[in-house]
Design a protein around this ligand. Structure first.
Ligand SMILES: Cc1ncc(COP(=O)(O)O)c(C=O)c1O
Length: 371
């Protein structure tokens, strides 16, 4: 089965920008009749109570779908502020929160506001590949900082690179995708210091924050107004299908997002469903403990066959130690009905934590493949 996206062939009449001609559409394969452990989704269905509350809310909203939604999603943003405050002991209000269609749109908004031609963005790879992709799409020069062989960030090297390159945007994903490793808050403070010296925004991509025991970078904003945290409801909230991400930031950054956003970008359906989900945050996140236990189980299973699993603070594990190519091993799993992720790092593969049954399917396949 070939599921790699093909490189499009562009017709001569299409005035596509030169720098986009070699790109293929971003995306992991979406195959439905397999165990899907490739997109770091939350494997648990929405609790019945939340499903019912969403249906009830949407039924009410349906009558006024002839009208545009609240352009600035004030009610949802206020609820998200309360959610963040109760999780991180902060004092944010609606002025500190921006909401959009997934955190990918949050990231794009930041690029639109602070990137563009004559600007650069720095990230530490391997990390979330959408950061350099949006840089390219927005005409922002991408500067690649490197992570160590254990996927950490050498803060001295990173600081020197920030001071030398003077980027407008600096990206740190923590927990990092694909490694699952996290950057301590004390290191983020040092990066924030360096960022302030060159007038950069430090964007901490915290898509997996709820799986980690580290304090959120949102707690740094009171001291460092140029630090922002990009969050999502796609992972711990088990809400990937609705597409809701949010930004926690100083009000001036939120104002910049307001200037940059498309009018009425967040549909009335999305806003009302997300409000219900945030109201039921505890219930929505009730699977986290089970996912953390599942993570331990998978790590042990990977190590039992003599392979290596990276220490993960997220709902996925990057593993290595197999002697055949990543692509061959990935295919072996797929042949057994299990879709994991070849993240393009030679010698590594990534698996998302699934339900108990899905984890067991992975472990059974693993034992066969590693023989
Ligand atoms: C590090 C990181 N940031 C952001 C995202 C985007 O998530 P979403 O657009 O679903 O909020 C992902 C998705 O996998 C991710 O891994």
């Amino acid at each position: 089965m070939s599921i790699k996206p093909n490189q499009p062939t562009w017709p001569v009449w299409l005035p596509l920008r030169d720098e986009l001609r070699t790109l293929t559409p971003y995306g992991a394969p979406q195959i439905h009749d397999v165990v899907q452990l490739n997109s770091n989704e939350n494997p648990f269905k929405l609790p019945d109570e939340v499903q019912a509350a969403i249906v009830k809310e949407i039924k009410e909203v349906a009558a006024s779908l002839n009208r545009y939604p609240d352009r600035d999603a004030v009610r949802l943003r206020s609820k998200l502020a309360q959610y963040v405050n109760s999780a991180s002991n902060t004092e944010f209000s609606v002025e500190n929160i921006w909401a959009a269609n997934g955190s990918n749109e949050i990231l794009q908004t930041l690029f639109l506001a602070c990137g563009g031609s004559k600007r650069s963005a720095l990230g530490f790879t391997p990390s979330y590949s959408v950061h350099p992709l949006i840089a390219k799409i927005t005409g922002t020069q991408w500067i690649e900082g490197k992570r160590s062989s254990t996927f950490g960030i050498d803060i001295q090297l990173a600081t020197a690179q920030i001071l030398a390159e003077k980027p407008s945007l600096i990206f740190v994903a923590t927990p990092n995708n694909p490694s699952g490793t996290s950057t301590p808050l004390s290191d983020l403070e040092l990066l924030a210091d360096a960022a302030s010296k060159v007038g950069a925004l430090l964007v901490v991509d915290e898509a997996y924050a709820e799986f980690s025991s580290e304090q959120s970078a949102a707690t740094l904003i009171a001291k460092f107004p140029h630090v922002v945290s990009s969050r999502t409801m796609s992972k711990a909230f088990a809400f990937a299908g609705v597409r809701v991400g949010y930004l926690i930031a100083h009000p001036s950054v939120i104002d910049a997002a307001l200037v940059t956003r498309l009018p009425y970008h967040l549909s009335a359906l999305t806003q009302s469903a997300a409000e219900v989900a945030v109201d039921h945050a505890n219930l929505m996140q009730s699977g986290i403990q089970e996912l953390l236990s599942g993570r331990e189980l998978l790590v042990r299973g990977i190590e039992l066959v003599g392979w290596k699993a990276l220490d993960s603070s997220a709902n996925f594990i990057l593993f290595s130690g197999f002697t055949r190519s990543s692509n061959e091993i990935w295919q072996e799993f797929l042949n057994r009905g299990i879709l994991i992720r070849d993240v393009g790092l030679a010698g590594y593969l990534r698996v998302s934590v699934g339900t108990k049954a899905e984890n067991q399917r992975f472990l059974t396949a693993l034992q066969e493949i590693a023989q």
